[in-house]
Design a protein around this ligand. Structure first.
Ligand code: PLP
Length: 402
């Protein structure tokens, strides 16, 4: 299917409904995206035709489920341009993927972990926990007033003590896109491991892990049109091979005895227990769906929407937009004299779903001296009419609240 925003919308049954008596305008896509028929069908088909536990069965359904699960891994690997499917670890999401990496690294007192002010809590707290356990020190790259990272400070904070550098590709709060190629190259040159949080990049851009040169990359299925509860940790084979396992249990072992247990090879070494089989299969369907439409075309459509929203909202008196002009996926704003929570609640009554609050980025909000923003975030199925409905709803709500 070629990408035609007006027809592709019909693939998302949930969008065809009224909320509070108005047509649903869903602009909370950075929190989670809606699911196309192809994904809903893949989930239903799995449970109606295939469901069995994988890897250990000899019966037909067990073999079919195993084949579908491993085919899904191959699809994810292809989508990321990974060197091999074994570098793709299925997790429950970005949070789980980052916790996995933070749990298997062993650092020493005085080692440093480098993150940035733009991070989501899930790319902050696991590193703080690692630092608490190990005596390592957390360093943070500051953010400039335009919502971009201070790249000079980033360069200065990298040192021969930096063991891991973890940063988001795209900020969920401000839509800032970071120069990940340049940042990865600088961190690698300093001898650091690199983890990229691609939670907000995956829905909007082509990811080529071999071109990026990082060691780890994480994203969540549900932000890229797949179900919740499935996600990806991609890791370079030589790096993951050299690291210890994480959770213990079935599937991650070669042989177990009370005297000694040996661990399985990648990717199973990091996939203890029964995985989210249906989730992996539905994730592959979602990736095939976006690849079929073309991520570049999707991104161009979303960029036009975000620009229209930025123009419309900034024309309203007292509105401040956060983040750089070339924001990706999400647009955060505040209206003078109006609390974001009140604004979000009122525009919901007009059918417009946005997110308000700190967006799991409290340190970033503190940096800007605010408790939160109102955030509209965009997906492939959004339309210019919906952007206009957002702007009109905000205008009306502000008039009521002031
Ligand atoms: N990182 C970023 C940039 C995010 O936007 C999010 C979710 O909003 C996460 C990490 C956490 O993702 P999940 O809750 O799916 O694990």
């Amino acid at each position: 299917m070629a990408f035609d925003p007006s027809t592709v919308r019909g693939e998302f049954p949930i969008l065809d409904q009224a909320v509070n008596g108005r047509p649903l305008v869903y602009l909370d896509n950075a929190a989670t995206t809606q699911k196309p028929r192809a994904v809903l069908d893949a989930s239903r088909n799995y449970y109606q035709r295939i469901n069995a536990n994988i890897h250990r069965g000899t019966h037909l359904l067990a073999r079919a489920a195993t084949e579908s699960h491993e085919a899904a891994r191959a699809t994810v690997a292809r989508h990321l341009n990974a060197a091999e499917p074994a570098e793709v670890i299925f997790t429950s999401g970005t949070t789980d993927s980052i916790n996995l990496v933070a749990s298997i690294l062993s650092l020493a007192p005085g080692d440093e972990v480098l993150i940035t002010t733009l991070e989501h809590h899930s790319n902050i707290v696991p590193w703080q926990m690692l630092c608490e356990r190990s005596g390592a020190v957390l360093k943070v790259v500051p953010c400039l007033d335009d919502g971009t990272l201070d790249q000079a400070a980033f360069g200065n904070l990298l040192s021969d003590k930096t063991r891991i550098t973890a940063f988001g590709w795209v900020s969920n709060a401000f839509g800032t896109g970071n120069p990940v190629l340049q940042m990865t190259a600088a961190a690698k040159a300093a001898g650091s491991l690199v983890l990229i949080d691609a939670a907000q990049a995956a829905p909007h851009m082509v990811i080529d892990v071999q071109a990026l040169g990082a060691d780890f990359l994480a994203y969540s299925g549900h932000k890229v049109y797949a179900p919740t509860g499935i996600g990806v940790l991609w890791g370079k084979r030589d790096v993951l091979d050299a690291l210890p396992p994480w959770r213990g249990g079935g599937e991650m072992i070669k042989e177990v005895s009370f005297e000694k247990t040996t661990y399985n090879d990648l990717p199973f070494k990091y996939e203890a227990g029964t995985p989210n089989i249906e989730g992996a299969i539905a994730l592959a369907a979602a990736l095939e769906f976006v690849d079929g439409l073309g991520l570049e075309s999707i991104a161009a459509h979303e960029q036009a929407l975000i620009q229209r929203a930025a123009d419309g909202l900034s024309s309203l008196p007292g509105t401040r937009l956060y983040g750089p002009a070339d924001r990706i996926g999400a647009l955060s704003f505040a209206v003078e004299g109006v609390h974001h929570y009140d604004l979000g609640t009122l525009i919901d009554q007009m059918g417009v779903a946005v997110r308000t609050g700190h967006h799991c980025c409290q340190p970033l909000m503190a940096r800007f001296g605010i408790t939160g923003t109102t955030r509209a975030s965009f997906a492939l199925y959004n339309t210019a009419e919906e952007v206009d409905a957002l702007v009109l709803a905000v205008e009306k709500a502000v008039a009521m609240l002031r």
